[in-house]
Design a protein around this ligand. Structure first.
Ligand code: ADP
Ligand code: MG
Length: 349
C-alpha cells in the first residue's frame, strides 16, 4: 500500500492555468521531487495534498484513506515553505512547542521532543533565541524542525532552500537527505532546480504545463529523457539534426546504432550531453572549429562551431590547455538520445 496516492487530480484556475490529471503513488520513506519550470503546477499539487487548495476532481489518499474532506490541520501532513513562516515574537522553543501544545503534550514530553528535533537540525543550543537572531539557513532549520516534530505521514516542502545562497543550499540538501533516511519519513519536495532534484530524490516527477512529463529515478531521467523538454530541462544537452534509416542514425560524418528502433525513418533529433562528446583529430566525426575554451575548475567547457550550431563539449583541464579558438576539430560521441523531429516544436510551446 502506498503512503501517498494522488489519483487523477485536476485543478484549473479561472485563468485556465493549473494542473491536469496528476497521478502519483509514493511509498513509505520515499523522497519524491516535483521538478519543473516556474508556473508548471508544482505548488498547486503540493497545496492540494496539504489541504490549502481543493482540487476540481480526483482523490488524494494517505495510507489508503482519502484526506480530501479534512482541513489542513487535521491532515497527517506538515509543510515547509520557502519563507520560513516563524512567529517572530516567540522564541525558537515556543515556535516548536506550539503545535505540540495543541496536541496536548505534557510539558516533559514537549521539552524532550523539541530538544530532539532541534538536535536533528543541528540547532541544539538555539532554543531560547528569537528567529530574528538567526541566519536565514538557521531559520529554515527551525521551520524544518517544527514540521518534523509533528511526525507527519507525509512532509511537504515547497522550494525550502530557494532563498539560501548556493553553498548553504548544498549543505541543507545533504542534511535533509540525512534526516529523511534517519527518520524514514515520506517527503514530497518541490523545486525548480534540477541539480537539487537530481541530488536528493529517490524519484523525480518532471512537470511541464500542468502535467507530468516524466516520472522516474534521477539516473533514468538524466540518462533516458523521454522527451526533448526533459532532455533540455535537466542537465546540459546538445541538439543536432540526424537521419534514421531504421537500424542506424547518421549525424554529420557519424553513423551510429539507433537506440530507439520505434523512431520513424527519416529526419530526427539527436541529443547528446556535453560530457558524452569528445574531441578527435581525425575527421570522421562532426567537423567544426573551436570557438571558445572556458576552464571551470577541474574541467573545461569547449564551444565548437559546427554548421549553424554552437556545440558544448566538456574536456579535462589538461586537454583544454592544448586547444585554441579557430582550431579545426572533429567531435565524436557514442551515447545519445533520439527524438522524432516533431518534438522540436512541442518543446518550444
Ligand atoms: P509552480 O509552483 O510550478 O511555479 P503553481 O502551481 O504555483 O506553479 O502555478 C501553476 C499555474 O497556476 C501558474 O500559471 C499560476 O499562475 C497559476 N495559479 C496558481 N495559483 C493560482 C491561483 N490561486 N489563482 C489563479 N491562478 C493560479
Ligand atoms: Mg511554486
Amino acid at each position: 500500500q502506498s503512503q501517498l496516492s494522488i489519483r487523477n487530480i485536476s485543478k484549473i484556475f479561472k485563468t485556465g492555468d493549473g494542473v491536469k490529471n496528476i497521478s502519483l503513488e509514493i511509498a513509505k520513506g520515499e523522497m519524491v521531487t516535483l521538478l519543473g519550470p516556474s508556473g508548471c503546477g508544482k505548488t498547486t499539487v503540493l497545496r492540494s495534498i496539504g489541504g490549502f487548495l481543493e482540487p476540481d476532481s480526483g482523490d488524494i489518499l494517505i495510507r489508503g484513506n482519502s484526506i480530501l474532506q479534512l482541513p489542513p490541520e487535521k491532515r497527517p501532513t506538515a509543510m515547509v515553505f520557502q519563507s520560513y513562516n516563524l512567529w517572530p515574537h516567540m522564541t525558537v522553543y515556543e515556535n516548536l512547542a506550539f503545535g505540540l501544545k495543541i496536541r496536548k503534550y505534557t510539558k516533559a514530553d514537549m521539552e524532550r521532543e523539541v530538544k530532539a528535533a532541534l538536535e536533528m537540525v543541528q540547532l541544539g543550543s538555539a532554543a531560547s533565541k528569537h528567529p530574528t537572531q538567526l541566519s536565514g539557513g538557521q531559520q529554515q532549520r527551525v521551520a524544518l524542525a517544527r514540521a518534523l516534530l509533528l511526525k507527519p505521514d507525509v512532509l511537504l516542502l515547497d522550494e525550502p532552500f530557494s532563498a539560501l545562497d548556493a553553498k548553504l543550499r548544498m549543505e541543507m540538501r545533504e542534511e535533509l537527505r540525512d534526516i529523511q533516511m534517519a527518520t524514514d519519513m515520506t517527503m514530497v519536495f518541490v523545486t525548480h532546480d534540477q541539480e537539487e532534484a537530481l541530488s536528493i530524490s529517490d524519484r523525480i516527477v518532471v512537470m511541464h504545463g500542468g502535467q507530468i512529463e516524466q516520472l522516474s529515478t534521477p539516473q533514468d531521467i538524466y540518462d533516458t529523457p523521454q522527451s526533448l523538454f526533459v532532455a533540455n530541462f535537466i542537465g546540459r544537452i546538445n541538439v543536432l539534426k540526424g537521419v534514421s534509416d531504421g537500424q542506424h542514425i547518421t549525424v554529420g560524418g557519424l553513423r551510429l546504432p539507433n537506440p530507439k528502433l520505434e523512431l520513424p525513418i527519416g529526419h530526427c533529433i539527436v541529443a547528446v550531453r556535453p560530457e558524452d562528446m569528445y574531441l578527435s583529430e581525425q575527421e570522421e566525426g562532426l567537423t567544426g572549429h573551436i570557438r571558445q575554451v572556458m576552464v571551470l575548475g577541474h574541467y573545461a567547457e569547449v564551444s565548437v562551431n559546427y554548421e549553424e550550431e554552437v556545440l558544448k563539449v566538456f574536456v579535462p583541464r589538461q586537454q583544454a590547455a592544448t586547444l585554441h579558438p579557430g582550431q579545426p576539430i572533429s567531435l565524436m560521441f557514442s551515447k545519445m538520445n533520439v527524438f522524432p523531429e516533431i518534438s522540436v516544436s512541442e518543446a518550444d510551446k
